[in-house]
Design a protein around this ligand. Structure first.
Ligand code: PGA
Length: 235
């Protein structure tokens, strides 16, 4: 199973280091074999000496080796830390930072060519969910346009926008129906994200076609994140 933590704009370099020391210790002590991905803020990127199960990824990067893209990181800056994992298409980047589908696809293609593990996020807004499953699927599949779904290092995260950071997760039925429909076209691991917390981790991880979780808010506390990893390990 894949358990991913997205720090978003939280934690500092120092607190990230403390978090990773605790996580690393926990993983070693308990011989955890799950795949754990941690996406810290860019100021906390580093070449940490971690157990093989834990990978550090970037929350965003520009599709360039280097160049004049003020405020952005490119491949050269990330590669310095031997990072090979990236989050692309997160709804906060799509909706708040106004990233276009075109830019998202170009990031995908660029980092695919670099052989990165790509956690590619899709998910519908509330008004689409209110229109029913057919519209939900149409919307989610449209976000996959231009993406090579057969890429071997792809992970798809289904994150309904209305469930992100709201404390209200999608229902088991909604998640199951959406993931089963996605599974018909996607061989890659499928994650669910959106208000996952300790209390609903087991229920969500037990959903058919759910290969893991992408957690924001509830993962920022290391004790809670360790507990979610432990639950995954015991399933
Ligand atoms: P959340 O965020 O767990 O705070 O809902 C999930 C995400 O944005 O990846």
């Amino acid at each position: 199973m894949i358990i991913a933590s997205n720090f978003k704009t939280n934690h500092t370099r120092e607190s990230t280091k403390e978090y990773l020391v605790k996580l690393n210790h926990f993983v070693k002590e308990n011989s955890i074999k799950e795949e754990i991905l941690v996406f810290p803020p860019s100021t906390a990127l580093d070449n940490y000496n971690l157990h093989d199960s834990i990978k550090i990824g970037v929350q965003n990067a520009y599709p360039t080796d280097k160049g004049s893209f003020t405020g952005e990181l490119g491949f050269t800056q990330i590669d310095e830390f031997d990072i090979k994992t990236i989050l692309i298409g997160h709804s906060e980047r799509r909706h708040i930072l106004k990233e276009s589908d075109e830019l998202i696809v170009s990031k995908y293609n660029f980092y695919k060519d670099k052989n990165y593990k790509i956690v590619y996020c899709i998910g519908e807004p509330k008004e689409v969910r209110d229109d029913g499953l057919e519209k939900v699927l149409e919307y989610n599949f449209s976000q996959l346009d231009g993406i090579d779904l057969d890429y071997e290092n792809l992970i798809v995260a289904y994150e309904p926008v209305w469930a992100i950071g709201t404390g209200v997760s999608a229902t088991t039925k909604d998640i199951e129906e959406t993931l089963s429909a996605l599974r018909k076209s996607i061989k890659a691991p499928l994650l669910y994200g959106g208000s996952v917390k300790v209390a609903n981790t087991k229920e969500i991880l037990e959903i058919k076609n759910c290969d893991g979780i992408l957690v924001g808010t509830a993962s920022w506390d290391i004790e809670d994140f360790k507990e979610m990893v432990r639950i995954a390990h015991e399933i």
